[in-house]
Design a protein. Sequence first.
Length: 508
Amino acid sequence: MNIAIYLDRIAQVHGERPALFLGREMVADYRGFRDLAARVATWLSAQGVGPGERVAIFMSNLPDYLIVQYGIWMAGAVAVPINAKLHGREAAWIIDNAGAAMVFASPGLSEALAEAGVVARILDVTGQDFAGVADCAPIAAAAERRAGDLAWLFYTSGTTGRPKGVMITHRMLREMALCYFVDVDQVSHADSALYAAPLSHGAGIYNIMHVMMGARHVFPPSGGFDEAEIFDLARHHGRVHMFAAPTMVKRMTQAAKVSGETGEGLRTIVYGGGPMYVADIVEAVDHFGEIFVQIYGQGECPMAISALSRAEVSDRAHPRWRARMASVGRAQSAVEVRIGDAEGRSLQAGEAGEIMVRGDTVMPGYWRNAQATAKTLVDGWLMTGDVGVMDADGYVTLHDRSKDMIISGGTNIYPREVEEALLTHPDVQDVSVVGRPHPEWGEDVVAFVVMRDGVTLDPGALDAHCLDNIARFKRPKDYFEVPDLPKNNYGKVLKTELRDRLKEMEND
Ligand code: AMP
């Protein structure tokens, strides 16, 4: 089963439905979208790209992205999405590792690849090379593929080391999309998916359920994340769904509070990909209403480990609403989730251990990396590397990645708990807590803090706030004020960089 058949099917009966938009302007209806993708498929086949071969996409978020991605799938080939913010050399490494014969690139990005000495053929989507596509006849139907065949080769962002290629099959994508309807949200053809997060990541496969239902796909002309543009497009199109990293949600709330924006037209914001602090989601729900759903996933099980429903994100009547809101919800329908000890044995409710996942949305392994696969897939279970607990009702709460956990005087301290507490202080805008090597305690707790505009750091006040909210031994021993936190392209805080800063301070 080729995931592109959903585009074929919707175009057969609802070809006239609006499909692709650049801002407010329609670029193609479903017939046009399918037709363009099918021409790309013919063109690729004519260039000798056969089923199973890899074709990379190094493009910014524009409608061409989806046309190219579906064209690759229709040809039976494998799409290799590369974040457009990566350096040319980093992209070149991925293209080489994937063994991609070709790479579609946006203008500007194609030069970066050429400079990095990429051997694969580079196709500037606006250039001469690609002009012949329009003359190709569209292929009649998406190429035959088995559900277990590779569809998307996704390189994990990783905050350290070389990225690994996660093999994502057509089955995984289909199951992820079907779970969305059960566990996350309903979609109707009157809805619009707005792409403000990079399509090279989760947002790039979150189009599938919108294609299945014949909804609109809206690309902000800025090609990125701009709060005012999102509010404007949401108001214009209405019934907008979007995926947003927690930092984007926070920025949207702050911008809306300043401008008086109500978020009209925003129907659903699915957030995930990093920790959402309770104080931030409470503020977001207070401002925008019941529009938020949380998902927890990772490249190895994209968007599909657990979900916290719209009602649960908003419900404050339940006696344990705070704990639930701090959780990532319950297992999605395609998977089983359990918490394991160091040997992978199941732990009891409430005990902390590694989160393990098994099911149809879990990867079959890493691309050409048997060693890493064997470490990550154990007896059919995905070892997520995330530490967490599950309560008696099945709600999973993530602590921190094992390497981020602080061990001070033999006691485990989860930075997230300390961060949650500090974020409830009105002067704190953003915070990240890390461990600093300590001769006596092993590690002690240190906080990097971004203060709200116009206030300066008062360590005494923050310490008093911690004393009111968390155990004494978890309090940071030092606070450092920073203008902002180092984050990767997906908004995840780079704790390794903060730990390096501490080492440098030590050496000074
Ligand atoms: P990536 O593979 O780059 O998508 O990163 C996946 C990692 O992001 C997971 O293993 C978690 O550590 C983190 N993550 C994803 N979703 C959430 C969430 N809803 N809450 C907290 N952390 C999350």
